[in-house]
Ligand binder design. Sequence first.
Ligand SMILES: [Zn+2]
Length: 317
Amino acid sequence: MFRALFSVLSPSGARARLSIFIFHRVLAERDPLFPGEVTRAEFDAICGWLRGWCNVLPLGVAAKALKDGTLPSRAVAITFDDGYADNHDQAAPVLARHGLTATFFIASGFLDGGRMWNDTVIESVRRCGKASLDLRQATAAALDVLALGTNEGRRQAIDRILAATKYRPPAERARWVDAIAEAAEVTLPNDLMMTSAQVRSLHRSGMEIGAHTVSHPILRDLPIPAAEKEIRDGRQALQEIIAAPVRLFAYPNGKPSVDYSSQSVDLVRELGFDAAVSTERRAANATDDFLQLPRYTPWERTEMRFGLRMAHTLATT
Ligand SMILES: [Zn+2]
């Protein structure tokens, strides 16, 4: 049923639609703190549905075909942001089993033992052995005492800390996050992100590698030379790892005019990327700016609901 429906909603040629899906992590098993996060079993099911319904293409190939008016009907590209080790350990074997390729946008600065600031927050709260966490000192009283007695409490604590820190200036955010980790009195993991060898192995197995800056900043908030350095150096690091050109880019966080600006898009153009992706939630069409292609993921976990969400998104694009 969905195959026929998508042929109508996502035809080939000049009126084509491209559904670019965005994932971050694929977990080995359910995480009680993030029950909505995709598990390997769920990702396996999604890949099976997409293989049956759609034409799954590497993003670089799909974007070029969309531009040229030669995109097949029911076109889908699968992308991952940030560079989590589970992309290599969990997602890649599933993709390979289904004969699908995906594009992995990697923030180069966290490879080989690094950690994104939001994961420092999450892992501090997850591993904290206390019943409550007093964050008044760590956050200049922006946050109070957070209860950690239940999974629900820990989840709320994570949400509140992330909301309070996300759009702080990077230096202040880093100070707060370090202070939060110290207050939690935990040992933090250093294997959440991929190693360079894992990135190389993804590339060798036929996956696409895309740039995602070095340190995942909000590009809009950076002076232009600093934003350019983030984009250029992130690409350069990946090119050295895979010994091949990197032609695709994903804006960190990716919300147009909130997380990046028109100047960021100009930089990506001047640096010669073929295509770039945002996190505007819809399907792409041939009239879109190829340096700001939208992405979305149906969060529904049953075949029927997932298919209907995709159909709805295609119908309203
Ligand atoms: Zn990201």
